[in-house]
Design a protein around this ligand. Structure first.
Ligand SMILES: [Cu+2]
Length: 216
């Protein structure tokens, strides 16, 4: 008996719509592809409020782990003002550093078991490297908002934020400059945006090549 279901579904849909209009989170859904049509993972999408100040960071620390002579996360996103911990879970020393304007630091003679941390106050991209292992490369993207997400392997990401006007910022390691546009979340329906990005070549060094040959 499928016929009674339809009015019920309509009522549910109406209720959801009313809830959304009453000020519940209004989602943004993005799909990011390369110019060749391939899904793009690790793109950062952030919504910076234009009508009000961004709420302060919730307080949870970020984490970027060194393990198996790699940074375990290639792209990490945090809100400005967030502490980020850098645990060395390897059995070897690292020398983690950043020369980026948003945060310059280094952790020389960084031993297994150490877990130093820094607060990242300035918005921008922090490029992380290791002076011992040339192939180690990761990015910490510091954004001035708690409303952000990172695309998955399918190139998809969802951001929850209250209704209002925002500057949408889209960043990727292989993008020359961040893409920005103004968007408005109405709360009535999720907003969807598709991006096609022209990407630069991947800068990552493949392990087992130059690293082991003594070429450096
Ligand atoms: Cu290292």
């Amino acid at each position: 008996m499928p016929s009674p279901v339809t009015p019920l579904r309509r009522a549910l849909a109406l209720a959801v719509g009313l809830l959304a209009a009453a000020g519940a989170a209004a989602d943004l859904a993005v799909a990011v592809r390369s110019a060749q049509g391939e899904p793009v993972a690790d793109a950062v999408v952030a919504l910076v409020p234009l009508d009000r100040p961004a709420p302060p960071p919730a307080g949870a620390a970020g984490e970027i782990v060194q393990q198996h002579e790699e940074f375990t996360t290639y792209v990490t996103v945090v809100q400005a003002g967030t502490r980020v911990v850098f645990p060395n879970r390897d059995t070897v020393q690292h020398h983690v550093y950043s020369l980026s304007k948003a945060k310059r630091f280094e952790l020389p003679l960084y031993n297994p078991g150490q877990a130093e941390s820094f607060v990242f106050d300035v918005s921008g991209t922090v490029t992380l490297g290791c002076n011992i292992h040339d192939w180690m490369l990761a990015y910490l993207v510091v954004v001035p908002t708690p409303h952000f997400a990172k695309t998955d392997a399918q190139g998809a990401a969802q951001v929850a934020a209250p209704a209002g006007r925002y500057r949408l910022e889209l960043w990727h390691p292989r993008l020359g400059a961040a893409v920005t546009q103004e968007v408005a979340l109405t709360g009535a329906a999720p907003l969807t945006r598709e991006f096609s990005l022209t990407l630069k070549p991947d800068r990552r060094i493949r392990r087992g090549g130059a690293g082991k040959s003594g070429g450096y």
